[in-house]
Design a protein around this ligand. Sequence first.
Ligand SMILES: Cc1cc2nc3c(=O)[nH]c(=O)nc-3n(C[C@H](O)[C@H](O)[C@H](O)COP(=O)(O)O)c2cc1C
Length: 326
Amino acid sequence: MIRFIEDASERRKISRQILEALPEWFEVEESREQYIRESAEQPFWAFVSKDENQGFLCLKETGKATMELAVMGVRKEFHRKGIGRRLFAAARDYAARKGYEFIQVKTVRSGVYADYDITNAFYQSLGFKELEVFPKYWDEANPCQIYVMSLKNAINTISTRHSYRGEFLQESVPEADLLTIAKAGLDAPSGCNKQTTDLIIVNDPDMLSKIKAQLDPPVAQTAPAMIVVLTRRINAYRDKCFAVQDYSAAIENMLLAIVELGYQSCWYEGHITDDDRICDKIAAVLNVPEEYDVVCILPVGKAKDDFHAPSKKPLIERVRFNRWSQ
Ligand SMILES: Cc1cc2nc3c(=O)[nH]c(=O)nc-3n(C[C@H](O)[C@H](O)[C@H](O)COP(=O)(O)O)c2cc1C
């Protein structure tokens, strides 16, 4: 299990325990002690199984747009079990959610020491790309390879998007950003290109309060903006209506655009389309014409609280190649 460790002395204890067990990489006492000292002050994750700390990773900000994978270690007996990968995924999601654009990591260049060749191969397998080698950054015997990874790409945004139900910062969202999000939604495919989805962007404080007043139990009460999703039941051909698929594709595109621009949101559909028909009350507030249904609201704003990804079933349980079973 991955745990985010908050307590500085626990961070120090875990990093010491693991780095001292990895002399192949952390033999030099002075630099090992520096890693341990610094790790106490940084975002820190441990992999814990049966009350045993098997690995850890910590990040360090090296610029406004960049986090560095400052140090990571997995005890040798637990190598090749996917622990490093899971620690990195947690750290990458965190950095992306905090709005950083890059992660960098430094190591000794490939072709110098066999142990570091393994490290290089591991970073490359995570998706890091070679940025530059600095031959004298540490010393000539240890040429420094810098790897970099962009956090702003579609695949990363998809895997770092999660439903945010916490409070929002009281910062307004620029109209240009709201329009970019709406355009991403309407750029989605629709059955026979019938474009059955429409949107109402709500950023006027009075209108926002009127919508929030309908949300019982209350959700998204601190959101500085909302996008209300409307659908119209138009048949794509014969009696085939793809309106649900159309607005679902639009919503997913908007959620991704929201995260890409550094905001957070949640797909509130169940909440407003239940028996109490909050959606109809919202439609009345917004003067929505009769042929449209309100199906979803997406709050948009900067997250105030931290949040963690819900667990999803392993890929292997839900994806098969070629047939269901042999
Ligand atoms: C069709 C649909 C309706 C949803 N309705 C609600 C809702 O009313 N309230 C809510 O809190 N989350 C709602 N969600 C968000 C899901 O609960 C959430 O996507 C799911 O738990 C997975 O978590 P993740 O989005 O963080 O990956 C809805 C999602 C979908 C796709």
